[in-house]
Design a protein around this ligand. Structure first.
Ligand SMILES: Cc1ncc(COP(=O)(O)O)c(C=O)c1O
Length: 394
């Protein structure tokens, strides 16, 4: 039999995050206690009013395909939300499309907009699925190293050096996974100027736009002058409302870009799940009390973990958003892979090596604090022991 695996798939690995989770689950099955810092999924159950809306929708028999764009009431509510919170003015008729999570939205943007051989710029470290989907599209990922000294922001000179006539898309993830960094308006304005000058399309992944701390405000690049026509904005219900399993996200883009994207979405998935769209509508219409509560909880965990790293003298950026810290562990004499492997096998704490997010961050480790405060405390106690042992030469 011939080798059924095409070359493009040979370059795609099973994600390191899932590998860590599987090893952690194996250890748990053997009776070990494991603290889970590897998965980027809020531990909160979806607020009751949103679950009720999904049940009510099913009870009403809303089990058919919806429009490829998503239900009109949801698109109208998204349009109002975008205008109110993001200064994006998208017509619900033809400029908004509901997707199967932010992940499908991101995949559609790359598959529909990149031709084979086109170059797609992405940050290093960056959200690893971008790299895989770019390769599945037979396009070429081009890594732009982020400045660790500058809180993992884009170094715009480094970005410009990598732009060629084949550059087509720029993947922009702010607030960022895996670093918890967010770009401010001034940096985004400078970035916009570069994108306009080089005629790039920006795929703005804003999955964490509502998970913010210290009064930070998210700026959508599509709202900046000259950017609406060249930006695909992606947002999601997964992180903002703890709705990961509902698989609902959306794209806002100008009509001419949307005309390209909708045909790809239509051929891949037809539409997002009908009753999950009704739940998403309820989420947007509901009060934000429970969401605010989740954010306050995340903030407590963030400070506990950040302060522990600072206390142990391990360089660590203070996250401004999302639920990740990304310390540099090289001062312990280990790279991220060795750190993660020993931390899990010997101390029962699962986190993800920076190498998962690009070659530039091999000395970093991503810790997701989307787990309970109690588990965060336990994980930090184990970290203290691990670091003591390392410093004692063990
Ligand atoms: C940066 C980023 N974008 C997109 C996604 C996809 O999220 P979903 O498909 O659940 O909306 C994630 C999930 O972790 C993410 O971290």
């Amino acid at each position: 039999m011939r080798d059924f695996e095409p070359n493009k798939m040979k370059a795609i690995t099973f994600t390191g995050i899932r590998k860590m989770l599987e090893r952690a689950s194996q250890l748990e099955a053997e009776g070990r206690s494991v603290v889970h810092f590897e998965i980027g999924q809020p531990d909160f159950v979806t607020p009751q009013y949103i679950r009720d809306a999904a049940c009510a929708s099913l009870q009403k028999g809303n089990t058919r395909y919806t429009s490829n764009y998503g239900t009109l009431p949801l698109r109208k509510a998204i349009s109002e939300k975008l205008a109110r919170e993001n200064d994006i003015h998208a017509n619900p008729d033809g400029e908004i499309m509901v997707t199967v999570g932010g992940e499908e939205a991101m995949s559609v943007a790359i598959l529909a907009l990149a031709d084979a051989g086109d170059e797609v710029l992405m940050s290093d470290p960056g959200y690893s699925p971008y790299d895989s989907v770019i390769k599945i599209a037979n396009a070429v990922p081009v890594y732009v190293p982020l400045d660790e000294e500058n809180n993992f922001n884009f170094n715009l000179d480094e970005l410009e050096k990598r732009i060629t006539p084949r550059s087509k898309l720029l993947m922009l993830c702010t607030p960022a996974n895996p670093t918890g960094t967010m770009m401010d308006r001034e940096s985004l304005l400078k970035l916009s100027e570069i994108c306009i000058r080089h005629d790039l399309v920006v795929v703005a992944d804003e999955a964490y736009e509502r998970v913010l701390y210290d009064g930070n405000r998210h700026v959508s690049i599509a709202s900046l002058p000259g950017m609406w026509e060249r930006t695909v904005t992606i947002q999601s219900f997964s992180k903002s409302y703890s709705m990961c399993g509902f698989r609902i996200g959306y794209i806002a883009a100008c009509r001419s870009l949307m005309q390209i994207l909708i045909r790809c979405h239509q051929k891949l998935v037809l539409c997002a799940t009908s009753f999950a769209q009704d739940a998403a509508l309820a989420a947007l219409q509901g009060k934000s009390d429970e969401i605010d509560l989740m954010l306050r909880e995340f903030d407590k965990r963030r400070m506990l973990i950040y302060n522990t790293f600072v206390d142990l003298g391990i360089p660590c950026n203070k996250p401004q958003a999302a639920f990740y810290v990304f310390p540099n562990v090289s001062c312990l004499g280990l790279d991220g892979d060795a750190f993660c492997s020993r931390f899990l096998e010997e101390y029962g704490v699962a986190c993800v090596a920076g190498s998962e997010f690009g070659p530039h961050a091999k000395n970093n480790v991503r810790i997701s604090y989307a787990t309970s405060l109690e588990q965060c405390r336990e994980g930090m106690e184990r970290l203290r022991r691990f670091v003591q042992d390392l410093r004692a030469g063990k």
